[in-house]
Design a protein around this ligand. Structure first.
Ligand SMILES: [Mg+2]
Length: 227
C-alpha cells in the first residue's frame, strides 16, 4: 500500500448522527399515531425521503420537508399548523444537537496526523456539516473537507483529482458500504468499513464485498493496524 490520503466519512464514522434521525422519526410517528400505525408511517416517510433526495439532497432540512410532506399525505391534508410547527421544531432540535464524537476518533486522528494527509469526505447539508465540524474541535486534523451532493464514483474521482493523487493512494474509512466503500473500490482506492450499530435503510446493501483493497474492522482504532 502506498497511501497518501486517508479520507473519513463524517456521520456515524467520526460522530453520532443516525440516532438523532431515529429519535425524530419516533417523535414524528407519535405526532401522527392517530392516523397510521408506526411501521406504516416509517415506510411512507422513507419513500418520500428517497423520492426527494434528487431535489433536496441529504441532510436535516430535506428530512423536515419530507416529514411535512408525509404528514400532509397521511392526514389527507388535514394536518394542523400546530403539528407542522412541531415537525419544524424537531428539525431545529436536530440542528442544535450537541456534537458527540465517536469513541477513539481523536486518538486515531492524532496518530495519523503528519503521516498522511487527512480529509473529511461527507455528504449532507454544507452548513450543517461545517457547523458540526466546528463543534467537534477536530477540524485542525484535516487538510481538506469535501461535502459531496452524492457519494458516487464520479465525485470520488473528482476528489482524487483535486487531491492530486492516484486512486490507489486514497484510503476511505466509513460506516456505509454503499456510500463510503463500494464507489471507492470501483475507482481503484482502498476502503475500510467501520460499521455503526444502526444504518439508515437507504444506505443498506445486500451483497458482500470481496476485494484485496477492502477491510472491515470493528472500531475505528482498528484502522491503525493497517496504515
Ligand atoms: Mg456515515
Amino acid at each position: 500500500m502506498d497511501i497518501k490520503v486517508i479520507a473519513f466519512d463524517a456521520d456515524d464514522t467520526l460522530w453520532v448522527n443516525e440516532p438523532y434521525f431515529r429519535q425524530s422519526e419516533e417523535a414524528f410517528c407519535t405526532l401522527l399515531e392517530e392516523y397510521l400505525p408506526r411501521h406504516e408511517l416509517e415506510r411512507e416517510l422513507l419513500k418520500v425521503e428517497i423520492g426527494n433526495l434528487g431535489l433536496y439532497g441529504y441532510g436535516i432540512k430535506g428530512f423536515v420537508l419530507s416529514m411535512i410532506e408525509t404528514a400532509m399525505a397521511v392526514t389527507n391534508n388535514m394536518i394542523s399548523a400546530k403539528t407542522i410547527g412541531d415537525i419544524i421544531e424537531l428539525g431545529k432540535q436536530m440542528l442544535n444537537q450537541p456534537l458527540e464524537l465517536l469513541d477513539g476518533v481523536e486518538e486515531v486522528l492524532r496518530a495519523l496526523k503528519g503521516r498522511y494527509r487527512l480529509v473529511v469526505a461527507t455528504k449532507g447539508d454544507l452548513l450543517d456539516q461545517e457547523r458540526k465540524l466546528k463543534k467537534s474541535n477536530i477540524a485542525n486534523y484535516f487538510h481538506h473537507v469535501e461535502v459531496m451532493s452524492e457519494k458516487d464514483d464520479a465525485n470520488y474521482l473528482k476528489l482524487i483529482k483535486h487531491l492530486d493523487i492516484r486512486p490507489s493512494e486514497l484510503l476511505m474509512v466509513g460506516n456505509s458500504l454503499k456510500s463510503d466503500i463500494l464507489p471507492v473500490l470501483n475507482v481503484g482506492g482502498y476502503a475500510i468499513h467501520v460499521p455503526y450499530h444502526i444504518t439508515w435503510a437507504h444506505e443498506e446493501i445486500e451483497h458482500s464485498i470481496d476485494s484485496g483493497m477492502f477491510k472491515s474492522v470493528e472500531c475505528i482504532r482498528d484502522i491503525l493496524g493497517f496504515v
